[in-house]
Design a protein. Sequence first.
Length: 172
Amino acid sequence: MKASTESSIPKRSFPPIADARARVLVLGTLPGEESLRRREYYAHPRNLFWPIVFALFGATPAMNYAERLAFVAARRIALWDVCELAEREASADAAIRRERPNAIDRLLDTHPLIRAVAFNGSGARRLYDRHFARRAELAYLALPSTSPAHARLDFAAKLARWTALREALSGL
């Protein structure tokens, strides 16, 4: 059987969203199909990332992507993905293969005020641990995935677990 063309074409992540104020780096695995199509982090309308992050700070999610990015930057949050390049069918993290990691060590070295890494789901944590050594000076937060594919927890339950991100920021 011939493999589908979609699965054999490597998917590429976006550049990091990080400025000098960043204190926490949120890592996903690799942008999903809707994010790749729109060239925006967490673009799927059912992905809870933006509603959760805005709710953590008592705000309503901005509709405009540039405003969303400005919001996380103002709260000292950086965004990136563990994988720079990988093969994957559709958007399933479990289907990621032949991945090449992003230069996360270099990002952390050039942003020394980042004191915590938050994993958006167990897939991001698993891929990070496969490619990187944990740094003693950083805190690591294992958070539930905001992806619509991980609907085991509802919004309220995910939000409750994601408060660890806000708490990490308040302690830095």
